[in-house]
Design a protein around this ligand. Structure first.
Ligand SMILES: *Cc1c(COP(=O)(O)O)cnc(C)c1O
Length: 414
């Protein structure tokens, strides 16, 4: 059962009415369900019982401390892509031995921070990064655990902006270059080669490309073993899609079992880096209709959330379901659901058949992933509040920014 369902017609998050949340915390407002987060993590963990493994939540999908805390308490590790995310997960109580560090542009300072806290692995994405990490670790008198992110050159068949496993993408080490780079890394004194990883894209709706990538990665694992480089873990990345509209993403078991079957005979710890699948459907964006502006060609419903809050429709043309919190009777018309930002691309939904009146509350569904974490202050709009619902309780887990905070770091000319 979804954590967002109607009770006497009113949309709720778990046991709390979204109308009540809007009343208490104002709009726009992000609302997350603890139960949905825990259930999504449990789906992965239950497939991994008896397998030495670690589910590392990809923090960039939603990095609110309360989200991280809920997942950490249930045993999740974290996949981070910056020093900022490292500090965040530590602030949320994460165990450093459950943190992997991905990303193509790690600075020396970020490497030092991660080496000092003792993360479990650096997912290294280039030859130049191998050498930098060896140098930085040497300066600290540490040995850096590494895996190479190998680009298996498979087509994830997803949106070009979120496809990462093709040769033309900036991510990872080219397949042909992986073997020589592993040999080089193994020869360096301040690195411990311990794993291999790949991440081929996001919002994948088919399990086949994952298996295709794994076959290529396992061929490399075998070649490395033949040369005396025995890996300890394999990191299968993230990328499993969710349902926004009518997509039919694989069940977690249909995604994992074919891969686990290939790994069963091997002594490799299994790491995963799911992001969207853990949080995407655990959050909604709550917004209120400010004005209705019906017209000859189009009807506009201007709401108090905008592309600075939820960028995905403007950025990727993504579709999010938009539903009334309290449905009303009346004339149903197609509405352009738009925000107040001064850009024609500022829309949350187009041509939505709804009966609307000014003041109505709308919920933009499936807004838990790549939503608040991508929001900005464009048009000097404070970022919205975030609320975590837990059963009958709603907790404010990030208060709304104030206008003054938006320019607090700035100065007039001397
Ligand atoms: C973004 C990212 C993920 C998570 O991707 P999802 O599609 O959200 O599951 C995992 N690993 C790496 C390296 C990433 O960059």
């Amino acid at each position: 059962m979804s954590a967002f369902a109607r009770n006497e017609g009113i949309l709720h998050a778990e046991e709390v009415s979204l109308a009540e949340i809007a009343e208490r915390f104002g709009t726009p407002c992000w609302v997350y369900s603890r139960r949905a987060l825990e259930a999504a993590l449990e789906e992965f963990q239950s497939e991994l019982i008896g397998i030495e493994s670690l589910v590392c939540y990809a923090v960039k999908a939603n990095s609110n401390l309360a989200v991280l805390d809920v997942l950490a308490r249930r045993g999740a590790g974290f996949d981070i892509v910056s020093g900022g995310e490292l500090k965040r997960v530590l602030a949320a109580g994460a165990d450093p031995r459950k943190i992997v560090f991905s990303g193509v542009g790690k600075t020396a300072a970020e490497m030092r921070l991660a080496l000092r806290v003792g993360i479990v692995c650096f997912n290294v994405e280039s030859a130049a990064e191998v050498d930098r990490l060896d140098t930085v670790a040497g300066e600290l008198g540490k040995v850096a655990p590494i895996s190479l992110r190998v680009n298996p050159d498979v087509d994830a068949r997803t949106h070009p902006y979120v496809s990462t496993g093709l040769k033309e993408n900036k991510f990872g080490v080219a397949y042909e270059e992986a073997l020589p780079l592993y040999r080089h890394a193994a020869s360096l004194g301040n690195l411990h080669v311990c794993g291999i990883d790949c991440h081929i894209g996001s919002q994948l709706l088919d399990a086949a490309p994952f298996v295709e990538a794994l076959d290529k990665i396992l061929a490399l694992v075998d070649q490395l073993a033949a040369e005396g480089i025995a890996l300890e873990h394999i990191d299968l990345g993230g990328g499993l899609g969710i349902r926004y509209r009518d997509e039919a993403p694989p069940a977690v078991s249909d995604y994992l079992q074919p891969m686990l079957a290939k790994l069963r005979q091997r002594r490799l710890r299994v790491l995963l880096e799911p992001g969207r699948r853990l949080v995407g459907n655990a959050g909604v964006l709550l917004t209120r209709v400010e004005y209705l502006k019906p017209g000859d060609v189009k009807n506009f419903a201007i709401v108090d959330a905008a592309m600075n809050d939820l960028a995905r429709p403007a950025l990727y043309g993504s579709w999010h379901e938009i539903v009334p919190v309290v449905p009303r009777r009346g004339r149903v018309r197609p509405w352009e659901i738009v925000g107040p930002v001064c850009e024609s691309g500022d829309f949350l939904g187009r041509g939505r058949e709804l009966a609307l009146a000014a003041g109505d509350l709308l919920a933009v569904m499936s807004a838990g992933a790549y939503s608040m974490s991508m929001s900005s202050n464009y048009n000097s709009r404070p970022r919205a509040a975030e609320v975590m619902v837990d059963g009958r309780q709603a907790h404010l887990v990030r208060r709304r920014e104030t206008i003054e905070e938006l320019y607090a770091l700035e100065k007039r000319m001397p």
